[in-house]
Design a protein around this ligand. Structure first.
Ligand code: UD1
Length: 439
């Protein structure tokens, strides 16, 4: 079983390039399937969730070629509207293929999506919205079948919650509708604007993406496009947290600080000095961070739920107590027990946590419970005394491109090992820090 071995208490210093955004690249790859034309997407992160998306594209008949972060997709060869169960279960965002397939083939069939276990994660808003667009939704033998022969019917859809995935599915399914669709209370995440940026490059007519009202004027057809995915704000925040807990001095290149406003505020409260230009950010951390004002996760532009675990890891070693309130996912504190095993002092009450900072964490063998929880354990390991082992790093590989290599390049002592049993029993084991997922 692979794990990360982290020898903590090394100061991180240097500069890093931030990967392309996972949560943009996934809907953009799905959107490429909606075009029916060849598309070339640059800056896709080299992570296993992107591999899973490529698996779905190939399963429905697309030709896909990859080279590093470049993904070429020709969807003119699509011959299936069924997303195989195995691929659907691998990743929740596979539900984004629903809208793309409806636009391209007029139908889509799938099982309930899988993904990180951070809450119930229903998809009722996706299906209700599609029904408003005239899509027939039926459940047969554990699978959901959606169909809409011809073009979807334009509609005005007011979401009861600004769901990111539902907003993306409405955009993807109405991009070729016979008229204009409006989404009210749309998610305002930057990834929505990036998806619209790609679709508009393909000839779509989408306005307001990134604001609470998105208007999609249906077009007859889409064309080929080449597009570069925006930088990943969650990965950027993770590296900032790693620097903050190690008294570090970090420069992030290829980052959009404007996407990180609320996160930057929390780091500044912790005593970090942050300077930034439009695409570059520098964080200079104090020797020991100060406690932060209550962190309340909210839809964008509020504090992102995906940044909550790594900021909790920072709060563990702050001088004073930080309160965290998780408002998006009901089961997002499963990693807290692992942090407490490293000497953290965190009390959870439902979806709220009180994190009393301790002077020092200590090493332990801990296990990732989901993608961002895994990142939080790595951040904790970086400042803990001794060698921390983080298990179940497959979760981390879903969203972080070469995490251990990037951290090692700025001074961390972190290795991926496949001989973890040897480490546990005290015999020397070969480590493999060069292992990297390939697309
Ligand atoms: C996306 C992100 C994820 C992030 C989340 C919130 C991707 C691939 N994933 O997930 O990393 O944590 O946004 O910023 O972009 N909900 C419903 N019914 C629905 C859909 C959602 O009740 O049909 C609820 C969810 O249970 C959750 C909340 O709405 O409580 C937010 O979910 P949503 O914005 O849809 O998140 P995802 O698109 O799944």
């Amino acid at each position: 079983m692979s794990c990360f071995l982290i020898e903590g208490r090394r100061r991180l210093e240097g500069s890093l390039r931030v990967q392309g955004a996972k949560n943009s690249a996934l809907p953009i790859l799905a959107a490429a399937a909606a075009t029916g034309r060849p598309c070339l997407i640059h800056n896709c992160p080299v992570i296993s969730d992107i591999q899973a998306a490529i698996g779905i594209l190939r399963a429905i008949g697309c030709e896909v070629r990859t080279s590093g972060g470049d993904v070429y997709i020709d969807s003119s060869t699509i011959n299936s509207s069924d997303i195989p169960d195995r691929l659907m279960r691998e990743m929740r965002s596979s539900i984004i293929f629903l809208g793309a397939l409806l636009t391209r083939t007029g139908e889509a069939s799938f099982t309930a999506p899988g993904g990180c276990d951070i809450g119930l994660r229903p998809f009722d808003l996706h299906l209700l919205s599609l029904k408003k667009l005239g899509v027939a939704v039926e459940q047969r033998r554990g699978r959901i079948h959606c169909s809409c022969p011809g073009r979807v019917r334009p509609a005005q859809i007011a979401l009861s919650f600004p769901s990111v995935g539902a907003t993306e599915n409405i955009i993807l399914s109405s991009v070729r509708a016979a008229g204009t669709t409006t989404v009210i209370n749309a998610a305002r995440e930057p990834e929505i604007a990036d998806l619209a940026g790609f679709l508009n490059a393909c000839g779509a007519r989408i306005t307001g993406a990134g604001s609470g009202t998105v208007t999609i004027e249906g077009v007859e057809r889409l064309r080929s496009a080449e597009y570069t995915v925006m930088p990943d704000r969650i990965a950027a925040c993770t590296y900032m947290a790693a620097a903050a807990v190690t008294g570090g001095n970090l420069i992030l290149e290829d980052v959009i600080p404007a996407h990180l406003s609320t996160v930057i505020t929390s780091f500044e409260q912790a005593g970090c000095r942050i300077d930034h230009t439009r695409r570059r950010l520098r964080l200079l951390a104090p020797e020991r961070p100060e406690s932060m004002e209550t962190i309340r996760t909210m839809p964008y532009p509020g504090f992102p739920t995906d940044c909550q675990p790594v900021l909790t890891a920072v709060a563990c070693v702050c001088r004073g107590t930080t309160f965290i309130k998780e408002n998006i996912f009901e089961n997002r504190f499963r990693y807290i027990g692992e942090l407490n095993r490293m000497g953290a002092d965190i009390v959870v009450n439902g979806t709220a946590a009180a994190v009393r900072g301790v002077e020092r964490l200590h090493s332990a063998t801990v296990s990732a419970t989901d993608l961002r929880a895994g990142a939080a354990l790595v951040v904790a390991g970086l400042c803990a005394e001794g060698t921390t082992a983080v298990e179940r790093i497959g979760y981390i590989d879903r969203g972080y491109e070469s995490l251990e290599k990037k951290l090692a390049s700025i001074g961390a002592s972190i290795k991926r090992t496949d001989n973890y049993e040897n480490f546990k029993s005290g015999t020397s084991g070969k480590t493999d820090s060069g292992k990297e997922s390939q697309i």
